[in-house]
Write a new protein. Structure first.
Length: 537
């Protein structure tokens, strides 16, 4: 080996050590100076749910509701597009898991069938009947479309929940699908699990509907009269105190059933501070399509009251004084600042395609997490000490080099966790302990090979070169298999398994480098500069 090669490898190892120390400083030093945060790594090793404490939730997506929502949209679109295509459709509405379509008396059945096949390939005509000269069709969603919709609903729910939690400010959450309709959510260090559950599970279906223009609406909301066709009663978020002090009741609104706009056109939602007239409110900004729809809606409804509805609750019902252009609106109500902020988060992050229900909930206390850390650190110290002691006793100076490589391996492993912003979990600590045992495995192979060469009477240089050369294929073979197994565990495993897999994979890569490159550069230095004649192995 040339002296230049030894220098380059030594500088590489030194640079890696300094970089690792820079990444680990934020983990052990809490109060970093401002210049450090601006120019140097400031991310510390994040602790998982089992070490830090927090909340574990399993959410189930209501797939049936997602399908019903899709059928409702298809029914509305079918009625509108049929009118544009001059197909005589009298009515189209969802009934259970089908869409019932009634044709006019003079309608052409063949024309309607061709229209459905061309414009709605996701629907299949399952049945038809004729009564009093009127034809009624029963349309159902195709099996292929239903599977696609279920997958889409789960993926959209996953992404929406992830966006909400990111804005909620949870550090290193774990959010992943489980099975066909479940989502696992782990929130390390969360201090308000109920608020998190409310934020995650809120459907956030925003709708704009007109209040029903009928005389004596109170008689309908009070249950004295049957509801007029095409109307419904919704509760309000405000309280009606007209009955007198101490007798306030939740206000009720009689609204038209038809939804004029939904929240899928919202581009942004922001909290605005309280004014002298009212408390904090949420300002909405629509995208281009939503701005056009809102402009048309307010233009044709001047003088009417527009109900702003979130999850079937009327938050406000202002009178439309004039056409509102510019794509802006606001939601007022009896909010405090936290409620307004949470509402803005769910609206900005998007609405869930279907309701989600909490199927499982577990809370891990910080004290239990501290016990886990204490036990994990203890196992790390005991296991590492035994390995270090064995290598020193059995391999002497070669064992000392293996122990130095082991220390470097742990240093690089911890630094990699901090650099990649990975989460250290209790299974992850188990992966670190396992890596300690595996880290010296490569050195054991190398040392045994060097012993064999020395028994054959070879010189120190020849024995060392032959030992590394012949041990390398076995080292690469075993560690490659372990690395592939860890990658598979990371790809298909859940949270704890992935925590174990990531530390295992990083540890394997680091152990091969420290064993093959780190110890070899010391031997090369001793052979070149110190004229090493014997090997203590």
């Amino acid at each position: 080996m040339t002296r230049q090669s030894i220098l380059y490898r030594a500088l590489l190892i030194l640079a890696l050590v300094l970089t690792a120390l820079l990444y680990l400083v934020p983990t052990f030093v809490t109060d970093l100076p401002s210049f450090w945060k601006g120019y140097l790594p400031s991310q510390r090793i994040h602790l998982g749910l089992d070490l830090q404490g927090g909340t574990h939730l399993v959410l189930t997506v209501d797939m049936n509701k997602a399908i019903e929502n899709a059928l409702d949209r298809d029914a509305t679109d079918l009625k509108r597009e049929a009118g544009e295509a001059k197909v005589a459709v009298d009515a189209a509405a969802r009934k259970d898991s089908r869409i019932e379509v009634s044709l006019a008396a003079n309608a052409d059945r063949a024309q309607f069938t061709a229209f459905v096949k061309e414009h709605f390939p996701n629907l299949a005509i399952e049945d038809s009947s004729t009564q009093d000269g009127r034809v009624t069709f029963q349309l159902a969603m195709t099996k292929r479309e239903e599977r696609r919709l279920r997958d889409f609903a789960l993926e959209q729910s996953l992404e929406t929940i992830r966006n909400r939690i990111d804005q909620f400010g949870v550090s290193e959450p774990i959010i992943q699908r489980q099975g066909d309709q479940d989502i696992v959510v782990q929130l390390p260090g969360i201090q308000d699990p109920q608020r998190a559950k409310d934020l995650i599970g809120r459907t956030a279906l925003l709708e704009f509907k007109l209040l029903a223009d009928v005389p004596d609406a109170d008689s309908y909301t009070g249950g004295e009269k049957a509801l007029p066709p095409g109307t419904q009663i919704l509760n309000g978020a405000d309280v009606d105190t007209s009955a007198g002090a101490g007798r306030g009741r939740r206000a009720k609104y009689l609204v038209q059933s038809q939804t004029l706009m939904t929240g899928d056109t919202i581009a942004d939602a922001m909290v605005r501070p309280a004014t002298q007239m009212e408390g904090p409110y949420v300002a909405l900004e629509f995208n281009a399509r939503g701005a056009k729809q809102f402009d048309e809606l307010t233009g044709r409804s001047v003088g009417k009251r527009l109900a702003i509805i979130l999850d079937n609750t009327v938050y406000s019902a202002p009178v439309i004084r004039e056409r509102i252009s510019g794509g802006r609106a606001s939601i007022t109500g009896n909010f405090d600042i936290k409620e307004a902020r949470d509402l803005a988060i769910v609206l900005r992050a998007g609405a869930l395609p279907a309701p989600v229900h909490i199927a499982e909930e577990r809370t891990v206390g910080p004290s239990l997490g501290q016990d886990s850390i204490r036990q994990g650190v203890r196992s790390f110290i005991v296991g590492g000490s035994l390995v270090v002691l064995f290598m020193l006793v059995y391999y002497k100076f070669a064992g000392l080099l293996a122990d130095m490589a082991l220390i470097l391996n742990v240093l690089f492993l911890m630094a990699a966790l901090a650099a990649f912003q990975a989460t250290l979990t209790l299974p992850g600590i188990a992966g670190v302990v396992l890596t300690i045992g595996m880290a010296v495995d490569a050195n054991v192979l190398i040392n045994e090979r060097i012993r064999e060469e020395l028994r054959l009477g070879k010189s120190a240089r020849a024995a060392i070169e032959a030992g590394y050369q012949r041990a390398l294929p076995a080292i690469l073979d075993t560690n490659t298999n372990t690395l592939l197994a860890g990658a598979i565990l990371f790809q298909f495993g859940t949270g704890p398994v992935r925590g174990f897999a990531i530390t295992l994979c990083i540890g394997v890569i680091s152990s091969v480098f420290t064993a093959v490159v780190g110890t070899r550069v010391v031997y090369d230095y001793l052979l070149t500069y110190r004229r090493l004649q014997t090997v203590s192995v």
